[in-house]
Write a protein that binds this ligand. Structure first.
Ligand code: GLC
Length: 574
């Protein structure tokens, strides 16, 4: 018989041994995922979200006043396009001071309040960091242009002309005409990939790098959770100034088409991205870097993650964003490629932003646009990725292109009219309700007009309608948050030869249910069947959890599911 004392001793011995044995196992637990891996990011164009002081322009206090709406919608972070002081030639993408707030949008104190109010609602703030260029009114540039010997001369790209009156070479600005601007005060040209008022910084200069990394620190110290890096691929140019190859045809500005061979995507950008990553990694809380990089193919996109996952955590996937038509095979191919990207990085999708025609118009067929808006929402929010929304897409906002040249605000629309009408159309004020200026502003005139469609497509009206686009987004966002398979599951394409229906499985990482998604990208009903045995799933039926239009069936047989035109079918498979 074992005495009580001996039993006690054995118990302790056993406990100690198990503690010892369990310890290393516990240490091997994978680190929890960084927040951005499960986040939904919402882009806000501050001029157009909410005006709090009646001047017809949105502002920071306006954003703060709408945080409850964003919380209720179910997003995790907001990316605010540039809010820094700026002459607003490119509406903030021409920064004249990186460490302050444009007075039209508020003050640094307003910014701090926005960060802290957002934090109370579990919403993070992501800054837009414009790194390729500054405004020509930035103090750095004013110094740089003041003389050839100024210590900041080399902070920008200054070169002699080829001959009197001739720029150094044939490089063209993306926004039209030569990328070189002559400056008579010092008789040299400066380089600008974008507008004349946006001189390119010289990233080969170590002082420029340090100054810009200090900007990152300034905002990280104020509590931001990351940066969207603007126009990263154009940071470097060929120091040999070789002419870019000319392509056939002309662009909207009347210039010859050109291949930006010597001004875009130079390998040195990766060194800068690694350095920036080190800066953000030195802060707690996993700050994120998001890159705006319109990469031509998956291998270029994958490079943005870095050879050792040491560059950008979330490179925006422009390939997916630019499919521009409802094509199941094309989406299937691109999703497959990025999900299996060689770097193993997290995919980052979006369909609309402040530079793109809104998805409601781009994918809509003119008849079923609202249903297609739900289809695109489901595609964005059910795949394995960090999704990004653009303000207003959740209510089906459409693009409202100016009808007359004199109404255009965006300079590329003025220069390129009528072929290029600019980006005003996707930047119109957020539509909150059916009151004056859609509840955006009390001003007599807003900076861009509120379109007539706001009477029907607005937050207040859609909140009341259970079948609205807004309520569908909310359901999707809530499902994505609560369902383990949608949150953490793998992604596998199904029915790879189907030309009309994009189907995939989000396989539960544990033992719980998986999720089947089928999106009918055609205008006719489609009947699909699934065999999930190769995934270890032997069920014969699935339980619809979110469908559009509504499917009230308690369960549907996997051997024949009919999906209405542009229908969304999301179902649980046990
Ligand atoms: C990025 C911005 C765009 C801006 C350009 C120049 O592409 O998204 O709005 O005009 O950079 O800064």
């Amino acid at each position: 018989m074992v005495t009580t004392t001996r039993r006690f001793a054995i118990f302790w011995l056993f406990s100690l041994v198990s503690l010892f044995l369990l310890r290393p196992a516990a240490a091997q637990q994978p680190a929890p995922d960084p927040w951005w891996k499960h986040a939904v990011i919402y882009e806000i164009y501050p001029r157009s979200f909410q005006d709090s002081n009646g001047d017809g322009l949105g502002d920071l206090n306006g954003i703060t006043s709408r945080l409850d709406y964003l919380h209720d919608l179910g997003i995790d972070a907001i990316w605010i396009t540039p809010l820094y002081p700026s002459p607003q030639v490119d509406f903030g993408y021409d920064v004249s001071d990186y460490v302050s707030v444009d007075p039209a949008y508020g003050t640094l104190a307003d910014f701090d309040r926005l960060v802290s109010e957002a934090k109370k609602r579990n919403i993070r703030i992501i800054m837009d960091f414009v790194i390729n260029h500054t405004s020509d009114k930035h103090a750095w540039f004013l110094e740089s242009r003041s003389s050839r010997t100024n210590p900041k001369r080399d902070w920008y790209i200054w070169r002699d002309g080829k001959a009197p009156g001739q720029p150094p070479n044939n490089w063209l600005s993306l926004f039209g005409h030569s990328a070189w601007q002559f400056d008579s005060s010092t008789n040299q040209y400066y380089y600008h990939f974008f507008y004349v008022q946006q001189p390119d910084l010289n990233w080969r200069n170590p002082q420029v790098r340090q100054a810009m990394y200090n900007v990152l620190r300034f905002w990280l110290d104020r509590g931001v959770s990351g940066f969207r890096l603007d126009a990263v691929t154009t940071l470097f140019e060929d120091p040999g100034l070789h002419d870019d190859p000319i392509l056939p045809g002309k662009n909207a500005y009347g210039d010859p088409n050109i291949q930006h061979k010597y001004t875009d995507n130079l390998p040195q950008i990766h060194e800068v991205l690694r350095e920036m990553r080190k800066v953000v990694d030195s802060y707690p809380g996993n700050p994120v870097l998001i890159s705006e990089a319109d990469q031509p193919n998956i291998s270029e996109l994958a490079k943005m993650y870095g050879a050792h996952n040491d560059e950008v955590q979330l490179p925006m996937d422009f390939q997916v964003a630019d499919v521009n038509r409802l094509s199941a095979p094309q989406f299937r191919k691109l999703l497959d490629e990025v999900v299996n990207n060689p770097a193993g990085g997290q995919p980052h999708y979006f369909f609309s932003n402040h530079d793109q025609v809104r998805q409601w118009d781009r994918y809509g067929d003119g008849v079923h646009n609202d249903q297609i808006a739900k289809l695109m929402a489901a595609l964005l929010l059910t795949t394995r990725a960090t999704p990004q929304l653009y303000y207003g897409e959740e209510i089906g906002m459409r693009t409202t292109i100016p009808e007359r040249k004199e109404d255009v605000q965006d300079p590329i629309g003025i220069l390129g009219w009528p072929q290029e009408k600019g980006r005003d159309g996707e930047r119109t004020p957020m539509q909150w309700d059916a009151s004056k200026n859609a509840g955006f502003s009390a001003a007599a005139k807003t900076w861009l007009p509120v379109p007539p469609s706001a009477a029907q497509y607005n937050v207040a009206a859609e909140q009341k309608d259970p079948h609205s686009i807004l309520n569908f987004y909310k359901l999707l966002l809530a499902l994505r948050r609560s369902n383990a398979a949608l949150r953490d599951g793998g992604y596998a394409a199904l029915n790879r030869d189907d030309a009309s229906v994009l189907s995939f499985l989000r396989k539960n990482p544990g033992t719980g249910g998986s999720v089947l998604v089928a999106l009918n990208m055609s205008a006719s009903p489609q009947t699909v069947s699934f065999d999930l045995a190769s995934f270890g799933l032997h069920e014969k039926s699935a339980i619809p959890i979110l469908t559009a239009p509504e499917n009230a069936a308690a369960a549907v047989s996997l051997s024949g599911i009919t999906i209405p035109p542009f229908g969304v079918f999301i179902a649980a498979v046990r």
